[in-house]
Ligand binder design. Structure first.
Ligand SMILES: [Zn+2]
Length: 108
């Protein structure tokens, strides 16, 4: 017997950057993970799901509602458009792999 499940949950990962202060007073901050481009951002999975839903002819308002209902995650129309533009212009390997994974999961 086999039971398949999907997990729908919001995961917030906090990345802390340690700052060490030298005896001379100079601050030496550590480096954040390379994929972190802003203090607060949406993950590749969130962006990929936004792109996927946007390309299913679902209105931005409904997509926003889906994110809010399923993940308690407010995403504006403008942000969804930004995800789509990002994917079209700069499809990173992670983004492409995630989209492929979502598309495969949707067709299985
Ligand atoms: Zn020093």
């Amino acid at each position: 017997m086999q039971e398949t499940d999907v997990v729908v949950e919001k995961i917030v990962t906090e990345h802390r950057v340690l700052v060490k202060i030298c005896r001379c007073g100079k601050k030496n901050p550590g480096t954040a993970p390379e994929h972190m481009k802003a203090p607060v951002q949406y993950s590749a999975n969130v962006r990929a799901l936004g792109v996927y839903l946007t390309n299913q002819c679902i209105s931005k308002e409904r997509i926003s509602n889906i994110f809010e209902d399923l993940f308690e995650l407010p995403i504006s129309d403008t942000t969804l458009i930004g995800f789509d533009e990002e994917c079209a212009q700069l499809p990173t390997l992670i983004m492409r792999c995630t989209i492929i994974f979502i598309l495969q999961a949707a067709t299985n």
